[in-house]
Design a protein. Structure first.
Length: 401
């Protein structure tokens, strides 16, 4: 009998296991909820996140193609000469007017002395011409006096000749003397005219006003200026760079000797793509981060936008009208001025920076789906209020408002 009951117990065991493995109603509901979340919730969340990113994006335009710029004054000599003394060192700070280097002044001192001697020679020449004019005037007056005397004499000879008191030969001699006196007066007048021309029509005036002396005075001033130019001074305040000069070295005029990085406020030059400049305007606020100071940001504003792309100023501008043409997005330099709220940290020309400009642009779903997008905009702005909070108004926009 025990053998009959044992097979029945063996057949009931698999049925109980199948009943135990069957999911309960709660488990089935839970699995349906998970499926619903995966099929609807996750895609919906992704769509909402994408919409949030899209509507909040486009306001800030960023580029890493930005550099610190500063005024750089290149120093060159206006004279050829030999360096006598170099008064500064590389990277030394200087003030405007500080002496940078001096040239051997001996040749220019001799040139100045020569020009001063030439001035005295010219003044003596003018004095001699004045004396010659006075002499010519005296001779003219003497000749005119003799001419007047001979005119009276010939009148007397004519009266006597009519009365037969003197011979006709006496009258002829008087006429000849009168003609010679007239010729001498004409010669003296020409001599006086030449003397006046030699004085430049400035008889009796200051000799320094004569063109001959004025020319020598200009030469003297030029020699004095060249002597002053042997002492090369800083044109701006700043820091000396690229100094590679030694005493005794010969230099040529107009050849760069060194450069001075100006101590004036630096600025940032960001090279944005032309497609990124659509909504950038002068006066917009910007934030700047430098690679050298990764934990510090600078406040700035757009000062100006270049009227031409960088390619227009290249050494070899592109020739788009010849050969095969390939469209390349161009970049335009944008100058950003640091505001007074910027941290006081040293900025050096050429440093790389990351620039982000706040264009205050707001996207709208209405641009995509028309009037229905206005409803979506209202809900999106209600949910994304902190994210889409308006930034401070720039000074340029405040003045317009």
């Amino acid at each position: 009998m025990s053998n009959a009951t044992e097979p029945k117990a063996e057949t009931d065991a698999p049925a109980d296991a199948a009943v135990a493995a069957r999911p309960t109603a709660w488990q089935r509901l839970k699995r349906a909820g998970v499926r619903l979340v995966l099929l609807i919730g996750v895609p919906a969340a992704a769509v909402v996140a994408a919409g949030a990113i899209w509507i909040s994006g486009g306001r800030y335009v960023e580029t890493q193609n930005a550099y610190v710029k500063a005024d750089i004054a290149h120093v060159a000599s206006e004279l050829d000469g030999r360096i006598r003394t170099v008064h500064v060192r590389d990277h030394e700070r200087v003030k405007a007017g500080d002496l940078l280097l001096s040239l051997d002044a001996a040749p220019f001192e001799m040139a100045l002395a020569r020009s001063e001697a030439e001035i005295e020679t010219a003044r003596q020449e003018i004095a001699a011409r004045e004396a010659a004019l006075d002499e010519a005037n005296s001779e003219l007056r003497e000749a005119e006096g003799r001419l007047a005397y001979l005119k009276r004499q010939i009148d007397r000879q004519r009266r006597l000749a009519k009365r037969g008191i003197v011979a006709s030969t006496k009258l002829e001699e008087a006429r000849e003397d009168l003609r010679q006196a007239q010729d001498r007066v004409a010669v003296m007048r020409q001599k006086v005219a030449r003397a006046k021309v030699a004085l430049g029509g400035r008889s009796g005036r200051d000799a320094d006003l004569h063109p001959l002396v004025r020319e020598k005075l200009v030469a003297r001033d030029e020699a004095r200026l060249n002597l002053e130019r042997t002492r090369i001074r800083a044109s701006v305040a700043g820091q000396v760079v690229s100094l590679r000069l030694q005493s005794g070295e010969h230099i040529e005029s107009a050849k760069p000797l060194m450069a001075i990085v100006s101590a004036s406020a630096p600025w940032i030059e960001a090279n944005f793509k032309e497609t990124e400049l659509t909504h950038i305007r002068e006066g917009m606020r910007a934030t700047i981060a430098l690679d050298i100071y990764p934990d510090t940001t600078w406040e700035a504003e757009v000062a100006s936008i270049s009227p031409a792309t960088g390619a227009e100023f290249a050494l070899l501008p592109p020739q788009n009208a010849s050969g095969n043409w390939v469209k390349v997005v161009q970049r335009l330099p944008v100058k950003l001025r640091l505001t007074g709220d910027s941290p006081e940290l040293p900025l050096r020309a050429g440093m790389t920076a990351t620039v982000s400009v706040d264009t205050r642009r707001e996207r709208s779903f209405a641009d995509l789906v028309g009037p229905w997008g206005e409803v979506a905009d209202r809900y999106a702005r209600a949910w994304l209020g902190p994210l889409m909070a308006s930034a401070p108004i720039s000074p340029a926009e405040a003045s317009q408002n």
